[in-house]
Ligand binder design. Structure first.
Ligand SMILES: NC(=O)c1ccc[n+]([C@@H]2O[C@H](COP(=O)([O-])OP(=O)(O)OC[C@H]3O[C@@H](n4cnc5c(N)ncnc54)[C@H](OP(=O)(O)O)[C@@H]3O)[C@@H](O)[C@H]2O)c1
Length: 358
């Protein structure tokens, strides 16, 4: 029901994660007070980067236990907050009763806070585009907020599409609960593939996009999806979208907004981009490893042609937030540099050219 006030208080779940960590930083940069919810406030390897932020020293940033599997975990921390960015993953995406229980835990804490006016639920483009049948992509190739996967496809099971189904369960659970409450609203962000700088070494394992770039640096380039290109957003832009939607005076309960720049690039091109963008690294661009099943490989040209026809739209996010998305080149460059500088990732380099005899 209410945008967050200037200098107000925002809680962030999954604050030690790749995206959550950037939501914390963007919110602090915009002057808010931030309560970072993490599973273990004493796990230095995961939360050290939060504790080293200057706002932690002043007390404007505080850390709180936020294990969402436990009912009531957020009860105290949400009291007095104006907004919640609910960014965290959950422990399982295939057990949908569990997913509903986690939603119920968070919703009960929001209802009990007496102060929260808006929740941003982090969903995924998986809840927009994940199809069991690629003909569905051919039939509906425009990827925008009102597009949903074919939910009636009998092959859309928790085992095959657990993540996509779980994200839609969460989107709807929060919107329904907010509507029933009348005290707060729930707005969904569906991020594309997040690329950009990590802030802590442990974040290199996640994504999976930053992890795939880590593997590329080390000499492995892996084909993903059914030859789906990366459809990307810079993690910093994604975070800013979250904060600006908390601030927005135009968004309404139940609305969803896709966060992606509309850049789409083939995995092999991303791998080659490392040498193009950072020639100083002398990176040896590896060949692509394709671990798809033979029946998928046989249809590679067909799948690539289908993806080439899709149209990615971000009109709604740009209108609601005024954001200008960074180009993917900047995200790749900054991801690579952070993997090396923050996480000490080793680069497989080309053999030096033979010295010219004197
Ligand atoms: N990365 C992408 O490309 C992408 C794309 C679309 C959507 N998303 C969505 O964006 C969100 C963040 O993704 P990410 O890439 O930043 O992931 P991430 O780096 O793995 O961070 C996720 C965080 O979720 C927390 N978490 C996991 N299970 C939890 C539980 N049971 N209770 C409380 N916290 C729990 C973890 O907290 P601790 O560190 O405290 O253990 C972790 O820091 C997710 O909801 C994801 O689905 C990401």
């Amino acid at each position: 029901m209410a945008p967050i006030p200037e200098r107000g208080v925002i809680a962030v779940t999954g604050a030690a994660g790749f995206l959550g960590g950037w939501v914390v930083r963007e919110a602090l940069d915009r002057g808010y007070r931030v309560r970072a919810c993490v599973r273990n406030v004493d796990d230095g390897a995961r939360v050290g980067f939060l504790k080293s932020m200057p706002a932690y020293a002043s007390g404007r940033l505080t850390l709180h236990p936020g294990e969402l599997d436990r009912a009531g975990a957020l009860d105290e921390v949400l009291k007095g907050c104006h907004g919640l960015a609910h960014v965290a993953h959950v422990s399982s995406y295939s057990d949908h009763d569990y997913v509903r229980r986690v939603c119920d835990h968070v919703i009960a804490s929001v209802n009990g806070s007496g102060s929260i006016g808006r929740v941003i639920v982090t969903s995924s483009v998986a809840a927009v585009i994940s199809e069991m049948d690629m003909n569905e992509v051919v039939r509906r190739p425009v990827f925008y907020e009102d597009r949903y996967p074919d939910e009636l496809n009998p092959r859309r099971t928790p085992e095959r599409q657990g993540y996509s189904i779980a994200k839609l369960i969460a989107e709807r659970a929060f919107a329904d609960a907010a509507g029933a409450s009348g005290e707060w609203d729930s707005v969904t962000v569906c991020p594309g593939d997040n690329v950009g700088p990590i802030q802590s070494p442990h974040q290199k394992e996640g994504g999976p996009w930053q992890h795939l770039i880590e593997l590329m640096l080390g000499g492995q380039c892996m084909q993903n999806g059914v030859y789906r290109p990366w459809m990307t957003v810079d993690v910093r832009d994604d975070a800013l979208c979250h904060v600006r939607l908390l601030e927005s005076v135009t968004v309404r309960n139940g609305e969803r907004y896709i966060a992606w720049s509309t850049d789409a690039r083939k995995v092999e091109d991303i791998c080659a981009d490392i040498a193009r963008l950072l020639p100083e690294l002398n990176h040896e661009t590896p060949a692509v490893t394709d671990s798809q099943a033979e029946r998928i490989k046989a249809r590679e040209a067909e799948f690539r042609a289908i993806w080439a026809q899709v149209s990615l739209r971000n009109d709604r996010m740009r209108a609601a937030t005024g954001i200008t998305f960074r180009p993917l080149d900047d995200s790749i460059r900054d991801c690579v540099e952070s993997l090396i500088a923050v996480a000490g990732v080793e680069v497989k380099r080309r053999a030096p050219a033979h010295a010219v005899p004197a």
